[in-house]
Design a protein around this ligand. Structure first.
Ligand SMILES: [Zn+2]
Length: 134
């Protein structure tokens, strides 16, 4: 896989009750404890729910890409750690819901927000990189 994925996805886990939160919280949303430890979350999960952003969000904070705004998918990724992470979803096409519903997705390294990509998108990306002689 030529896709970089070094970015850790850091959340927090409550010591007394085990509740996991992302982003990392200062206090547990379930039991109120402040006895939390930092945990690195799984990099793969499944899409729990998603929608398509079809118009450019307000800028700032949104930074439009150099090539201009294009519709993109956003949704919640259900991680095995027991937490749902809201993220941008990279997909081959946002107009094919079949690619995104319950799709297995993998974290890709981007700042400042985490993005998840479908296996289909990753396959497209790695074949493009091979073609580019990387
Ligand atoms: Zn707790």
């Amino acid at each position: 896989m030529g896709v970089r994925s070094e970015l850790p996805l850091l959340g927090s886990r409550c010591s007394p009750c085990g509740n996991v939160a992302y982003p990392a919280a200062a206090g547990c949303q379930r039991c109120g404890s402040s006895d939390l430890v930092s945990v690195e979350l799984a990099r793969t999960g499944t899409v729990w729910a998603h929608t398509v952003q079809r118009f450019a969000p307000k800028s700032p904070p949104y930074v439009p890409p150099a090539e201009g705004f294009a519709p993109f998918a956003v949704g919640y990724v259900d991680l095995p750690d027991g937490v749902k992470v809201e993220a941008v979803l990279e997909a081959s096409t946002v107009d094919d819901p079949a690619e995104l519903v319950d799709a297995r997705v993998t974290l890709v390294a981007t700042e400042p927000v985490p993005r998840f990509a479908t296996d289909g998108w990753l396959a497209t990306r790695s074949s493009t990189e091979k073609a580019g002689g990387r």
